[in-house]
Design a protein around this ligand. Sequence first.
Ligand code: THG
Length: 366
Amino acid sequence: MHAKVVIGPRVRKSPFFDDTIAAGADQFTIYNHMYMPSGFGDPLGDYWQLINSVAMWDVSCERQVQLSGPDAGQLADYLSTRDLLNCEIGIGKYAPMTNYLGYLINDPVAQRIEEDVYWLSIADNDQLFAAQAVAAERGLRVEVSEPDVSPLAIQGPKSFDVAATLLGDWVRDLRYFHFRASEIEGIPLIVARSGWSKQGGFELYLRDGKRGHDLWQLVKEAGAPYGIKAGNPNAIERIESGLVNFGSDNDDCTDPFEMGLDAFIDLDNDRDFIGKKPLLEIAKRGPKRGRVGLFLDGAPLAGNEQKYPIEQNGKVVGLLNAHTFSPRLERNIAIALLNREIPDDGLSAALPDGRRNVQVTTLPFI
Ligand code: THG
């Protein structure tokens, strides 16, 4: 094929875009209509950097859907499988969203920023117009917008030292998923103890895109003594840690029970939300598939997040959604959606490097 992909005007650059290029980004993906760096030339080096040290990631593409007004909480709650009515200011919540069929359509982090302001930090699926339509159709007093907010993640064991240098020692005591408004040299931020890795870290939600370069440089300088490097959300670590990658771990008709998100589905009260009816049915009959881990036989695989059918006796019984060689486990691992109640016997998947036998395990791997 000799065709080129031409990027049009609707793909947006992050406020850190030029800095990521300067730092050596050589690969981008498109997420929420935005460029996101997805490689800096050394995938394995980036992995060990995250495990042993600290990395800074441009995750501006985690866009905020802002709900603002007296009914903001009511709208947030109606959009989510999770009870968001009693959301405390300062404590984020992982808050999956389903459509009217009960299928997962997003898995944002919800944060109540002020009394009447909620942010949904969304994964790659348009949510803004849906939320606007739902708000209008229900006559809710809420304005739905995408604010000028761009998260920068600092992840890895040394992220605590870097964040303390930037913000003060109070950040060391910030609890998991808690957040606080703050600033660094007049740059307005929300600082959250969160991020898409299990190595510990923070997300600095930049609240003024014009200060992107300034923030990037300050984090880089504060991180220099700790060996900070620019990187990006890491596919290997997230598979080991079993973090959900929306759009990878699911297909178009995956319910949140299949995804193992039961803890974030509140069905036992009178609150209503989009998808509640089908989810009540599914809760009764049980999900058809389950999100599981797999071990794959054989030599180290070059991983990817494409989908491959899992077969048993010539029948398709599941979908292998993401696989990688795990450097810490020293074996091939994968995340899959597998039909319930099939014996873990004679399962295999045809991957680009050849067919591999697979054994089922639970998530996370580490
Ligand atoms: N941070 C922010 N926005 C985001 C993401 C993020 N938007 C897109 C995407 N990631 C949303 N999806 C997730 C998926 C998993 C988690 C966060 C966002 C996550 N899960 C933990 C886990 O599964 O162990 C914790 C869940 C919990 O116990 O509450 O962190 O990363 N800003």
